[in-house]
Design a protein around this ligand. Structure first.
Ligand code: PRE
Length: 367
């Protein structure tokens, strides 16, 4: 028995020594990589004033390679997340990237910003989607992160409408699995809950669960999930529906976990900026098309895509801001707008549309 303990201790010591040696090797390689990124920055600086340090297409390739190379035991996603952070730190050495997101702190949009840019980006919460657009346009930040669609509740109109009056383009997308929890503060009495705060979209995403568990409790829609969590602090008869980040930020206790009606509930966010992103090898293109109000207009718009075999992943319709009963179509398709077939199809669609704007070609979300 005693001998076994001794040899167990010995084995542990040996393994930890091995880990120490591996760690110093990893640290040496990370430093070497960081020095390389600094040299990359010098090369970019030599190109002139508005050198672009953040390169979405290259980041997507690095993350995809990390996943393809991976042979376990870590999952591909875990491996890519580690590289996400290394690259985030390397980019911060080149130039710290400034990102605005739809706040306040603790929202899913903050989580999306972190997932996309990593922890070394400087991020700033703003109160409204319009403000995020404005700050990026004004050059106060380099990029913005805004929600665009939810798999349960559909499109976020406010984001699409902002593109009608903006010259910003889409440089990336990020998808986030959305898990909602019912949370309370340390003074809340669970049996006395009479009010549940959350963002309207989140209340809608948990409608069935709420009907089953809190049918007679008032549902109060507030400006964000984080705001809901903040309100609950100190209210003995209220609960909030929000995510992990909000629970942590406001020190709330999770009463019921993962209460969203659909287990695959996810939200897609857009990265907005001023940069044109080259092809990464697996890209998407977003368009905004205005058609004349005539019979067959929608068919005319879609037909060239069918002919060139282009895969449309989404078509949304929004009322145009220029006249009653005229519409703008938001179209997402697979591929980059520099690809010959897509460029040809766009030329044809442009010829029959009253307006066609490529909002951006960008790498498909990796993580
Ligand atoms: O390849 C580049 O352009 C780099 O700047 C290096 C690097 C990296 O760390 O791999 C860092 C930032 C860019 O957004 C992309 C990649």
């Amino acid at each position: 028995m005693k001998e076994e303990t001794v040899s167990g201790d010995q084995r542990l010591l040996e393994l930890r020594n091995r880990i120490d040696n591996i760690d110093s090797e990893i640290a040496r390689l990370i430093s070497e990589r960081a020095s390389c990124a600094m040299e990359v920055a010098e090369v970019k600086k030599a190109t002139g004033e508005d050198a672009l340090y953040y390169r979405p297409e290259r980041e997507a390739q690095v993350l995809r390679q990390a996943m393809e190379r991976n042979t376990g035991p870590l999952t591909d996603e875990e491996m890519a997340r580690l590289f996400r952070e290394i690259m985030s730190a390397c980019l911060a050495l080149e130039e710290p990237v400034k990102v605005a997101y739809l706040g306040p702190e603790g929202t899913f949009t903050q989580q999306a910003a972190l997932k996309h840019f990593g922890n070394s980006a400087q991020s700033r919460p703003l109160a409204a989607i319009d403000e995020v657009f404005r700050e990026v346009e004004a050059g106060a930040v380099n990029y913005g992160v805004v929600p665009v669609e939810n798999s349960t509740e559909g499109v976020i109109n406010h984001t699409l409408d902002n593109f009608m009056n903006s010259n910003l383009s889409i440089c990336g997308e990020v998808e986030l699995r959305i898990h909602h929890h019912l949370m309370i503060s340390d003074v809340t009495r669970p049996e006395s809950i009479t009010r549940i705060y959350s963002h309207a979209q989140s209340l809608a995403q948990c409608r069935k669960w709420l009907d089953a568990h809190y049918p007679n409790v008032e549902r109060v829609a507030v400006s964000s999930n984080a705001d809901a969590a903040r309100r609950v602090k100190g209210e003995w008869n209220a609960a909030a529906i929000a995510g992990d980040m909000a629970a942590e930020l406001y020190g709330l206790k999770v009463l019921s976990e993962k209460i969203e009606d659909r287990p695959d509930n996810s939200t897609r966010f857009l990265i907005i900026g001023t940069q044109r992103v080259p092809a990464s090898g697996d890209d998407k293109t977003s368009l905004m098309v205005s058609m004349r109000n005539a019979p067959g207009a929608l068919h005319d718009m879609l037909e060239p895509f069918r002919r060139y075999g282009i895969d449309l992943t989404r078509v949304e319709t929004r009322p145009s801001q220029s006249g009653n009963w005229t519409y703008v179509f938001f179209v997402d398709l697979k591929g980059h707008c520099d690809t010959a077939d897509i460029a040809e199809a766009l030329k044809e669609v442009g010829a029959c549309a009253s307006d066609l704007k490529v909002l951006g070609s960008y790498p498909r979300g990796v993580l």
